[in-house]
Design a protein around this ligand. Structure first.
Ligand code: GLA
Length: 412
C-alpha cells in the first residue's frame, strides 16, 4: 500500500504537468480584441457596447464568440497580496461584472497578459505570478488568455509558455491559450500541446502592402504577413492554429483590401479576431466580417491551412482543401490595376501531399461558386474568365459535380 502511495506521489507531479485543455478550438477561434483600435483606452463601457454590437451586427450569429481585452486593463501595481487589479478608473466596478455581462450575451471573455516582468505597455506582467494569475482568471470566469512576450530577458519561450499553460490547467477552468511571441522562437514547432494558437509575426498594420517603422520595431501590412511564413502550414490544424494576428478589416483600408485581407485569413485557417470598432461599422465592413460562405472556408472542420499555388502577373493563387472533397481557390491581386486572365482548370490540377488531396479536373468536373458575388458560375470543364480588381480577390468554392454514369459502360 505504502509503495502504491509513493508511486502515486511520484507520478502526480508528472500528471499535473498535463498538457493544455484539449478541444477548446476545434476550428480557428473567432472574436474581437481591443488592441488594434483602442490600445490601452479601454473601459467597462466599451466592453459592454462592443458586446452589444457583436450581437446586433450579426457577428455573434456568424460565429464570433470571444471579446478579448488586450493590454492596459490592469492597474500599474499589484495589490498587497500580489494580485492583479483592474484599473479602477477604467473598470470602477471591477472586471467580474463586465465579464458577467459578456457572458449574459452568450459570448465569451478573454484577457491579456505577458510572460515578462511587465507587459508591452508597461503594466505588471505574469513572471513569477503565473499560478496566482491563472487562479485569478479562473475565479473571474475568463475563457481566453492572450499571453505576450515583452520584458522577458533571461527566460526561454517554450518554458515560459509551458508554465502558464500548466498554471491554467491546474487552476481548472478551460481557457483558450493564445501565445504571442511573434514567431520569434518558432512556436509552431513546440506549442501544439501548450496552446491553441500562436502568433507567427510581429504586429499587423492597417495597410494592404506597407510596413510601418516604429524605430526599434516594425508592424506589417497584410501582404507582408501573408508572405512572412511560407512553410509552416503543416503545423496548423484543429486545436492548434497559426495566428497571423488580429484583423484590420473596417479600420482604414478600402472595401476591396478588407475583402482580400479577410479572404486570405480564411484561406490560412487563421483565427478571425476582429480589431475594429464594432460600434461604427459601415454596411460593407459588416458584410465582409459576417460573410457566412467565407467564414465556412475558414471554419472548415478539416482545419487544413491553404497554400500558395502560383504567382503570376501580380495575382497570387491560393488553394485550401475542404471537407467533402471540396476546395477553395482565392485569386489575390497585389497590383493597383484590375487583372484579367483565363484560368484553365484542366492545366492546374490540385495535388497537395500534406492533406493528401488530389484533384484532376480533367477526370472530374467541379461546379464553381463565386463566394463574394454569391452565384454559381459554371464548372471547371472550360477555362474561367477571371477579373480581379486592384488589391482585391476573387474567392471560389469548388464542389465535385455529380459523376455522369455512362450507361453503356455500366451494362458491359
Ligand atoms: C504586442 C502584441 C500586440 C499587443 C501589444 C500590447 O505588441 O503583439 O498584439 O498585444 O503588445 O501592448
Amino acid at each position: 500500500m505504502k509503495k502504491v502511495l509513493i508511486a502515486a506521489l511520484l507520478i502526480f507531479p508528472l500528471w499535473i504537468q498535463a498538457q493544455k485543455f484539449e478541444g477548446l478550438a476545434p476550428t480557428p477561434p473567432m472574436g474581437w480584441n481591443s488592441w488594434n483600435t483602442f490600445q490601452t483606452n479601454i473601459s467597462d463601457k466599451l466592453v459592454r457596447e462592443i458586446a452589444d454590437d457583436m450581437v446586433a451586427s450579426g457577428m455573434k450569429e456568424a460565429g464570433y464568440t470571444y471579446i478579448v481585452l488586450d493590454d492596459g486593463w490592469m492597474a500599474k501595481e499589484r495589490n498587497k497580496n500580489g494580485d492583479l487589479v483592474p484599473d479602477p478608473q477604467k473598470f470602477p466596478n471591477g472586471l467580474k461584472t463586465v465579464i458577467d455581462y459578456v457572458h449574459s450575451k452568450g459570448l465569451k471573455f478573454g484577457l491579456y497578459n505577458c510572460a515578462g516582468t511587465m507587459t508591452c505597455a508597461s503594466y505588471p506582467g505574469s513572471r513569477g505570478y503565473e499560478y496566482q494569475d491563472a487562479r485569478l482568471y479562473a475565479a473571474l470566469e475568463v475563457d481566453y488568455l492572450k499571453y505576450d512576450w515583452c520584458n522577458t530577458d533571461g527566460i526561454t519561450a517554450k518554458e515560459a509558455y509551458k508554465t502558464m499553460s500548466n498554471a491554467l490547467k491546474i487552476a481548472g477552468r478551460p481557457i483558450v491559450f493564445s501565445l504571442c511571441e511573434w514567431g520569434t522562437y518558432n512556436p509552431w514547432e513546440w506549442a501544439k500541446d501548450i496552446g491553441h494558437l500562436w502568433r507567427i509575426s510581429g504586429d499587423i498594420y492597417n495597410c494592404f502592402d506597407c510596413v510601418f517603422d516604429h524605430g526599434t520595431w516594425k508592424s506589417w501590412g497584410v501582404t507582408y504577413i501573408i508572405d512572412m511564413r511560407k512553410n509552416i502550414r503543416q503545423y496548423a490544424g484543429p486545436d492548434h492554429w497559426n495566428d497571423p494576428d488580429m484583423m484590420e478589416v473596417g479600420h482604414g483600408m478600402s472595401a476591396g483590401e478588407d475583402r482580400a485581407h479577410f479572404s486570405m485569413w480564411c484561406m490560412l485557417a487563421a483565427p478571425l479576431i476582429a480589431g475594429n470598432d464594432l460600434r461604427e461599422m459601415n454596411k460593407e465592413t459588416i458584410a465582409t466580417l459576417t460573410d457566412k460562405e467565407a467564414i465556412a472556408i475558414d471554419q472548415d472542420s478539416l482545419g487544413i491551412q491553404g497554400y500558395l499555388y502560383q504567382q503570376k502577373d501580380s495575382v497570387d493563387t491560393w488553394i485550401k482543401p475542404l471537407k467533402n472533397n471540396e476546395v477553395a481557390i482565392c485569386f489575390m491581386n497585389r497590383s493597383k490595376i484590375p487583372v484579367t486572365f483565363s484560368y484553365d482548370f484542366n492545366q492546374y490540377p490540385v495535388v497537395d501531399s500534406f492533406s493528401k488531396t488530389s484533384i484532376n479536373f480533367m477526370a472530374t468536373a467541379y461546379n464553381i461558386r463565386d463566394v463574394w458575388n454569391k452565384k454559381e458560375i459554371g464548372d471547371t470543364k472550360k477555362p474561367l474568365a477571371v477579373t480581379v480588381q486592384p488589391h482585391d480577390v476573387v474567392l471560389l468554392r469548388l464542389s465535385a459535380a455529380k459523376p455522369v454514369i455512362n450507361k453503356k459502360l455500366k451494362k458491359q
